[in-house]
Every structure is written in C-alpha cells, then in structure tokens.
Design a protein around this ligand. Structure first.
Ligand code: AMP
Length: 451
C-alpha cells in the first residue's frame, strides 16, 4: 500500500493532554470520570484524524488504549445527530471484546446521550433486535450474529457513517472475514472506515484495500510492549514438569491475579483440573465454554475468588481485568505476536505487570522469535532448588495467600498430590464454578477447533 501518511508512534512520544485533542466538554467529562489522565500513543495519533472523518489503519495490540482511540472520535462525530438511527458499527471478533467496548462506550459517552448496544451470539436475539431497531446509535457486534439479524431484516444501516473493524487479524484467524465482507456489501459506500489490527497479514491488507479509502496509517510499534511496564522472565520447564513448576511459582503470594495461557482447550481443561487438585482456586475460559460459563469464570477471577484463570488465546481476547498481576505462558506460542497479545493482559495501560514463560527445551526456538519481535533478550531463571533431572513431578499442594479460599484441599493438610492417589479417588466431585446454562456457542467457526 503506498502510504505517504504513515506515522510510527512510540510510547516515548511527548505526552499531549486530552485538552489538546479535538473532543467536546461532555467527552472530556467522561474521560475524566474514567480516570484517564493523558492520551495513550495510539489515541494521540488516531483521534485528530478520526474526528475529521478520515479513514485510518491502526496497528496496535490490546492494552494500548486503541478502543478509546476509535470510540472517542465516533462519539465526537455523532454528538449532533438526531437519535434513533444507527450511525456507527464496530465489528469485533469476540463477545468479550464487544462487551468490553460497549462498557467503555457507555462510560466515555455517558454525558453525550448517545447509546450503544452489543450484539453477539449465544444469547437471545429479542433484546438485541430491540436495540437494532432504534434503541442505539452505535452497534458493537460480532460478525456471525449481526449477519443473522441482517438476514432477518432487523437492522437498517442506511444512515451508517462509520465502520470500525477491531482486531482484524483475529477476525481472520477465527474465519470471520467472509462474514465481514458479506456485511460490508450491505453498508453504504460513503462512510468513514477505521481498521485496527495488531499485525497486518496479507488477507487483512487486501481487506483494507477493498474497504478503506486513502487511509492514514497509525502504528504503535510492538517494541513499546516492553516500555508499557511488563517485565519478562523465562523459567526453564521440561514439559512433564510444567504443572508442578507452575504450582511452585504460585507459592509466591504476590501472584494474586494470574492469567495462565495454554495453547489448546484440552490442555486448559487438564491444567485447571490439576491446579484445583493442588488446592489452587482456578477458573478456565476457552472456546467451548458457553457465555454463562465464561461470565462466571471471569467474575470469579475479577472478584478474586479465583486467583488463577486458565485461558486459551482466542477465549482470552478482550478479557479486561483490572490488576492482573501476572501472565504465565504455560506454553510458548508459535506466533510471537500472540505473546504480545498475552502480555498485554497485564500492565494494562501504564501499570506494571510480570510475564513468566515456562519454556521447554523444544520451545526455545519459539521463544527466540518472541525475543526478536520484542527486540530484547528475555532472561532465563531456573527455579531455585528445583531438581531438573528428576522424573516427572506431580504438583504439590499450593498454600493460598491470606484471604483466598481454596476451591478445596483434596489431599489433606500438607499432603502431596503424587502420594495421595487413593485420597483423590475418595473426593467428592469438584464443583465447576464456571458451569452455566447450555447456551448455543457463538464461535460457530471456532467450534470444533482446538482453542
Ligand atoms: P484497550 O487497548 O483499548 O484494550 O485498553 C486497555 C486498557 O487501557 C483499558 O483498561 C482502558 O480502560 C485503558 N485506557 C485506555 N485509554 C487510557 C488512557 N488514556 N489512560 C489510562 N488508561 C487508558
């Protein structure tokens, strides 16, 4: 793409204040109430162009403040429109992202009188239909469910002025781009389009060529990940010892709120089961969980009832939990960008957080790719006192920090999992706190996938 307007933004750019951005007083009040003090790099770069109605491509991962970077211009531009028609559509890959963006919209726009609605699968269509038929000016939707509504004639996009594609690379990964194109075919041609994506694979570049007109490029460099306050550490961990090593790590009481990433749903289920057996209060979220199960798992984590949330990458998209203290990469991701997404969950917008990666010898190559992307070497720190030469080790019982109630103590006080197989069989079945109603899953294309 020829790109005379490309800009690269780094976190070290001198901070402007929100007062310097072309946003009205009602929006500034919403921003103040959110507690935002200075605009993030992507907000500084994107907002001035976006409020003028220019098309825009923002390459930025979650954690950079990109959601407000497109919501604020939408709110600014729509302030004076008569209410009751849909003027803006934000397409996101997951319902969590949709809910999160709707939450931000509600808070940032609370003094504007503009209304937003989130539309996603796995829940009843009726209330969404109401919102689509005149109850909201801004729709935030996952593609599959929106198409269902469009096919039923529930939605009128004739007044649409702004389209946002959020996390376009994830939509590609999840197989949503054909739906996105189908939706696009039914939208007015004259409009502003903003596309946000952490990476720009060829399909997303093609999409941007087809959907956008002379876009400005705003790039928040991946290297800024290190600068927003994440510390990175790699702990050597043979694959058969990973769970035991994780339990040892969790003896650290500062790990109050830890997100653990694994590559597949099966591994997620197995890990959460083993953690619970070791007495760790843990929840799990992955692509096979229903909406209710996800909400319960997230609430358990948010409220501190679960100090650990085990997640696959796709399910974790859009998780926005204040104060995640640690991200643990139980598996090293094959794609380095995924690492960046994961660690973006801690140190959300200018806070500090720690990322710990359990790295098996066969994963060293993947970690080297992450290091190349970060532009820094991740220090290796073998677990002190750990016998790396011993045969596979079972997890030991993890003491919970003060104030955290264990899900259960299956092996008796001070017992060790590996020595207590018989006790384990005598336990009552573990109650699954994340179990909810059997609603239809909305990731139709992700169904049957390993994530
Ligand atoms: P996002 O990258 O949009 O997922 O945002 C990541 C987090 O940063 C969210 O918790 C936002 O509420 C927060 N955030 C967004 N903009 C700012 C800002 N200017 N100052 C502080 N926090 C922000």
């Amino acid at each position: 793409m020829s790109d005379p307007d490309s800009r690269t933004t780094s976190a070290s750019q001198s901070p402007t204040s929100f007062e310097d951005l072309p946003l009205n007083a009602q929006l500034r009040a919403g921003i103040r109430e959110m507690g935002y003090q200075t605009p993030t790099a992507i907000q500084q770069s994107a907002i001035p162009d976006a409020v003028l109605g220019r098309d825009l491509i923002g390459t930025a991962q979650t954690g950079t403040g990109k959601t407000a970077a497109f919501l604020l211009p939408i709110l600014e531009r729509l302030m004076s429109r008569p209410r009751g028609r849909i003027y803006a559509l934000v397409l996101t890959p997951t319902r969590e992202l949709a809910l999160q963006a709707e939450g931000f919209l509600h808070q940032l726009g609370r003094h504007t009188g503009l209304r937003g609605a989130a539309v996603f699968g796995g829940v009843a269509m009726g209330p969404q239909e109401h919102a689509l038929r005149g109850g909201a000016e801004i729709i935030i939707a996952t593609p599959g469910r929106l198409l269902d509504h469009m096919q039923r004639g529930n939605v009128d996009f004739r007044a649409l002025e702004i389209l946002v594609l959020d996390e376009a690379d994830r939509m590609l990964d999840m197989g949503f781009l054909p739906d996105v194109r189908r939706i696009h075919d039914q939208l007015p041609r004259t409009r502003q389009t903003m596309l946000f994506s952490a990476t720009m694979p060829p399909e997303v570049v093609r999409l941007s060529r087809d959907f956008l007109h002379e876009p400005r490029m705003v790039h928040v460099a991946a290297e800024t990940v290190a600068a927003v306050g994440v510390s990175h550490l790699a702990v050597p961990a043979p694959s058969t010892q990973k769970t035991a090593l994780l339990c040892r790590l969790l003896e650290d009481e500062t790990m109050t709120s830890t997100l653990v990433f694994v590559r597949t749903k099966r591994r997620a289920d197995r890990l959460v089961r083993d953690l619970r057996r070791a007495g760790v209060a843990a929840g799990v979220i992955h692509g096979n969980k229903s909406q209710n199960q996800r909400i319960l798992a997230l609430e358990g984590f948010r409220s501190g009832n679960h100090r650990v949330l085990v997640a696959t990458d796709i399910a974790a998209r859009g998780i926005d939990v204040e104060g995640v203290s640690h991200v643990v990469n139980y598996d090293v991701p094959h794609e380095p960008e995924v690492y960046v997404h994961r660690v973006g969950r801690t140190a959300r917008a200018q806070r500090r957080g720690d990322s710990i990666t359990l790295v098996a010898p066969e994963e060293e190559q993947d970690l080297a790719r992450v290091e190349r992307l970060l532009g820094e070497k991740i220090p290796r720190a073998p677990m002190p006192g750990w016998d790396y030469t011993s045969p596979p080790q079972p997890p030991v019982l993890v003491p919970n920090p003060p104030g955290v109630r264990p899900d259960r103590r299956p092996f008796g006080r001070g017992g060790q999992a590996g020595r207590s197989g018989d006790h384990r069989r005598n336990q009552r079945p573990q109650r699954d706190h994340s179990r909810g109603g059997g609603e239809r899953r909305s990731y139709r294309r992700a169904q049957g996938s390993r994530y």
